[in-house]
Design a protein around this ligand. Sequence first.
Ligand code: IPE
Length: 248
Amino acid sequence: MTTILKLGGSVITDKDRAETLDDAALEAAAEAIGNALARGQAADLVVVHGGGSFGHVNASDHGVSTTQGSHDVAALHDIHGAMKALNGFVLSRLLAADVPAVPVHPLSAGARTGDGSLELNAAAVTTFLGEGFVPVLHGDVIAHEGAGVTIVSGDEIVTDLATALEADRIGLCSTVPGVLDGEDAVIERIDDYGAVESVLGASDSTDVTGGMAAKVRALLGLEASASIFGPEALEAFLAGERPGTTIG
Ligand code: IPE
């Protein structure tokens, strides 16, 4: 039973203050994961985290997005360095919660072809899983044929790995308790993008990778269904429940 969990960047960082961790939220998430593993839940777990106030600002400063590339090696190191710094914090909190977390940096594990499609080598992830580790990936810069480097979002890594690993469960832990309708109530199920398109607004902080609409669209394309939920529901998700919004 393979579970892929994304910790949204805005959950684990203060998205409105440059390179600032939300340490209480990160520690709570790490603890929820540690508790679940200690109870024998979520046995084959992959964690992916976003950037929040790490990475997005660097990317937009350098004019780099998922489609807009750069050949500037300093820009590459600036964006990757910010994401690696955040990854270091995530790893340290997970390790403190007894989660056998190991980093897998997308920069060195894949590339985009000229048409922008992502080719991620999942060998490290599958082998780490098989050996009892918890691979931890993150949004990153990635080599892009003909464009230098572009951004790969955590969401894109989640959807790519979900297919490659034939994941059974996919969870996106976000700052909101699910996908919200026009009255801010959680939509329980989404099977069709057209039905929710009008209520899916764009994220208000600097987000170079697309917000809720892009998330929902990508998740609808997957074999397994996915859950979008808030931090308070992380434990329930890891215990096998389907909190928040179920997609697909
Ligand atoms: C951001 O990853 C990656 C970079 C900007 C380098 P995500 O797009 O997955 O981050 P969040 O979760 O939306 O913050």
